[in-house]
Design a protein around this ligand. Structure first.
Ligand SMILES: [Zn+2]
Length: 452
């Protein structure tokens, strides 16, 4: 059934539809936040030198295990802590730049341009940004930076401001871990005072929290810069592809794009993304009163042109109102919203907003409160009606226990014909599409297959 609805939705290029007495306005956009960073060659070399010097000192003290085995494999270097309220928290804005020329000569591992350079600087890591609401997620401390592999702490810098928004040449709060085979991982732009209390030379376990994601140092906004270098501080890109041969260093294979629904949320009005370092104004709302306007917004990462986002609202009576959105632009991070004023006088209760995109799915529960007391509610299961056949071609039959007045409405709320909740109806002259049949107590979707 789900596939049928999906296929029909694509076929008819339905952008949105709603039951009667509704007004909708849909749209989308990209949050103009491309998390990036910078470090001058001299500053970068100074940190690398400190990393190697600390390692040498530890080795001299016999504090480094003899672990020159094979290269380590890396788990994802971040996670969320308990209480994180959304479906996911990250996207990738930039990879390692494999073109050593600069500026304006970029090449990522996939031979694409999801990387950057500047004069005298080639991006030397993977930038994992926080999304949605990067400033909010940073301030709440939801995103923990964790060791991608077990190792020894060999560098730690803390105390730098963590709400940086500009690219300049400055130190950041950073952790470096030494792993087997002399491979180092760098964790940059951490939140001030969030770093592990462990000291240089202490062991770090796989997945151990070493700090929280922030925006310290030369950073355009909250993100983790995850860097990998060898024993001589040569840059390693853990991703492999046509422009970076070799074996991937990820424990679980990582792809160039990882499309996902990071959040599906309801709002009282559109969120406001204030200029960095301002906190976003989320305008989240989960309980509405009858007649309230509300916004259903899906927050995504890695959406590409031509792909379809499926969104649906499930009413307390399990009626599903669904619609699709087809991307006309490729985005790293974006939102898609539907604005609705919806007369739910007869549908108070628990609703569910679902967004599905390329195999990922995210749900959000919200409530429409009834102005009526519970014993006045007119919800009665035996008021439900059935429609057959559905999809209908030429005619359909509607039946119920109680005959009521009802109407057939198109997706923008125009009443097409009057009905009773018992009877046979000729729809051979009605254009194909998705319609709503609505009585005083019940609403249901009907697909009418037009005749060519
Ligand atoms: Zn970076």
């Amino acid at each position: 059934m789900k596939n049928l609805i999906r296929n029909i939705s694509i076929l008819l290029l339905i952008c949105s539809f709603w039951p009667s007495q509704s007004q909708t306005l849909s749209g989308s956009g990209e949050y103009g936040f491309q998390a990036m960073d910078y470090m001058s060659d001299s500053l970068s070399k100074a940190i690398d030198a400190q990393v190697r010097a600390n390692s040498k000192l530890l080795q001299a003290k016999g504090m480094l295990p003899h672990n020159k085995t094979s290269n380590p494999s890396f788990d994802w270097p971040a996670k969320v802590n308990a209480g994180f309220p959304y479906c996911s928290y990250w996207g990738i804005s930039f990879f390692v730049d494999h073109d050593t020329n600069n500026p304006n000569h970029v090449l990522d591992f996939n031979c694409g341009s999801r990387t950057y350079d500047m004069s005298g600087f080639n991006h030397d890591g993977t930038d994992i940004f926080l999304w949605p609401f990067p400033q909010y997620l940073q301030d709440q401390g939801y995103v923990e930076v964790i060791a991608a592999a077990p190792g020894i702490l060999v560098y730690k810098a803390d105390g730098y401001p963590d709400h940086s928004c500009i690219i300049s040449n400055q130190y950041d709060n950073e952790i470096v871990i030494l792993h087997s085979n002399g491979i180092y991982t760098y964790y940059g732009h951490l939140k001030k005072n969030s770093l592990t209390t462990k000291n240089i030379g202490d062991t770090i376990a796989l997945g151990e929290t070493v700090g929280k994601a922030g925006s310290s140092g030369a950073s355009s906004g909250p993100h983790l810069h995850f860097g990998v270098k060898d024993s001589l501080s040569h840059i390693i890109d853990p991703f492999t592809g046509p422009c970076n041969a070799g074996n991937s260093m990820w424990t679980i294979p990582r792809t160039y794009y990882t499309p996902n629904v990071n959040a599906a949320l309801t709002h009282s009005s559109m969120p406001v993304f204030n200029p960095c370092p301002g906190l976003e104004t989320l305008n989240l709302k989960d309980t509405f009163n009858v007649g309230d306007t509300f916004y259903c917004i899906a927050y995504l990462r890695d959406q590409t042109i031509g792909d379809t986002l499926f969104m649906s609202l499930t009413a307390p009576d399990n009626t599903v109102y669904d619609w699709t959105f087809i991307f006309t632009i490729s985005y790293n991070n974006s939102w898609v919203y539907e604005y609705c004023w919806y007369d739910v006088t007869d549908l108070p209760g628990n609703w569910k907003f679902t967004a599905r995109y390329k195999g990922s799915s995210c749900e959000h529960n919200f409530v429409f409160a009834s102005p009526l007391s519970t014993n006045q509610l007119k919800i009665a299961p035996d008021d439900a009606f059935t429609i057959s056949p559905n999809p209908a071609t030429g005619f359909f039959r509607i039946s119920s226990k109680h005959t009521e007045d009802a109407g057939l409405y198109d997706r923008v709320g125009n009443k097409i014909m009057s009905l009773k909740t018992n009877g046979n109806y000729d729809v051979s002259n009605i254009p194909g599409g998705i319609y709503i049949i609505r009585s005083s107590n019940h609403a249901a979707k009907i697909v009418i297959q037009g005749r060519n």
